[in-house]
Ligand binder design. Structure first.
Ligand code: UDP
Length: 330
């Protein structure tokens, strides 16, 4: 039986699809290619282009392929965009998941692992954050992910369906083979934006606020390598296959780095001075987000391999250097 990776042409989806193929699993990828890239899909995976809001597409897929479980990445994920266009997020993230669950229930596909986010917590009351800490999103993206978690809970209550929600902290890095990596358009994330400076694509990096209540005044985040995230999805699916119950897990390294520390590390990786300029705070940014991932380690047996920021940035740097235009032809 195969594993269906929805959104498998995107950043974290493509790394998970590859990790599954590398583990010898039978993999089916579906993606609407709105933000994903066909070139990111592993050669060994069977690819279907389509949208999760298209019930006919999903029904046909579940009739054609024998699917053991679904790993669901097919969503929009930009905080800023979600504030400007909230209905886009409700449509894709929530309505899309509703259509998907309808189709899964109709076809007796009863296991799903999906991307949630640290943005479900909003401004944390304490760090490191534990899974049962208060959830109170400060942006629409986090709100739709939390609503997806709730939808799964009620559907599971009514039907034969089990789910695992994985709340990622700051996904970063690239596969060490440098053949797949992060490619967003427009790019909004800190590490790829910093690396655009030594790539000659921007003159400097902006620091969004240096007056936060942190040691150097800049925001602190927990950066977790995309290959470690990929492994967590495989472990979570195996957990469900082995009879595990519905669950929610944080995925982070449990160590925070400030924006200034990340820039400094990128200078060390690239050997470039990377000029930085302090600008106004970005709306909706909590001062600190650091995960406690003890639950994922204990229950899933997850062991992140990339716990060193230098190596994490180095994998991203190798990807960007070898793909200056991402997946687009030069
Ligand atoms: N950030 C920054 N300059 C940038 C992009 C991001 O200072 O050009 C900061 C941002 O305010 C946040 C941190 O870097 O504190 C990580 O932002 P990112 O967008 O990568 O991830 P998020 O934490 O929003 O998921």
């Amino acid at each position: 039986m195969a594993i269906l990776v929805l959104g498998g042409a995107g950043y974290i989806g493509s790394h998970t699809a590859l990790a599954l193929c590398e583990a010898g699993r039978d993999v089916v990828v579906a993606d609407n290619l709105e933000t994903g890239f066909k070139a990111a899909v592993p050669e060994k995976a069977r690819f279907y282009q389509g949208d999760i809001r298209d019930r006919e597409f999903l029904d046909k897929l579940f009739e054609t392929e024998k699917i053991e479980g679904v790993i669901h990445f097919a969503a929009n994920s930009q905080v800023g965009e979600s504030m400007k266009d909230p209905l886009k997020y409700y449509d894709n993230n929530l309505c899309g998941t509703k259509v998907l669950l309808d189709s899964m229930v109709a076809h007796g596909v009863n296991k799903i692992v999906f991307s949630s986010t640290a943005a479900t917590y909003g401004e944390p009351e304490r760090v490191p954050i534990l899974e049962d800490d208060k959830t109170d999103p400060t942006n629409c993206y986090g709100e739709t992910k939390l609503a997806m978690e709730h939808m799964m809970k009620w559907v599971s209550n009514a039907h034969d369906l089990k789910f695992v929600a994985l709340r990622y902290f700051n996904a970063c890095g690239a596969h060490p083979n440098a053949k797949i990596g992060e490619a967003h358009n427009p790019e909004t994330h800190l590490i790829p934006l910093i690396l655009q400076v030594p790539m000659g694509k921007r003159p400097q990096i902006s620091i969004f606020g240096d007056d936060y209540a942190t040691p150097d005044g800049t925001c602190i985040r927990d950066y977790i390598h995309v290959c470690d995230l990929a492994q967590a999805h495989i472990l979570a699916l195996d957990y469900l296959v082995n009879g595990g119950d519905n669950n929610v897990f944080n995925l982070g390294n449990g160590v925070g780095f400030s924006v200034k520390e990340v820039i400094e590390e990128a200078r060390s990786v690239t050997g470039h001075e990377i000029p930085a300029k302090v600008e106004a705070r970005r709306a909706g940014d909590p001062a600190q987000l650091i995960a406690s991932s003890e639950k994922a380690k204990t229950v899933l047996g997850w062991k992140p391999e990339y716990d060193d920021l230098h190596t994490i940035i180095d994998t991203a740097w190798k990807w960007h250097q070898s793909h200056p235009n991402g997946y687009e032809e030069a």
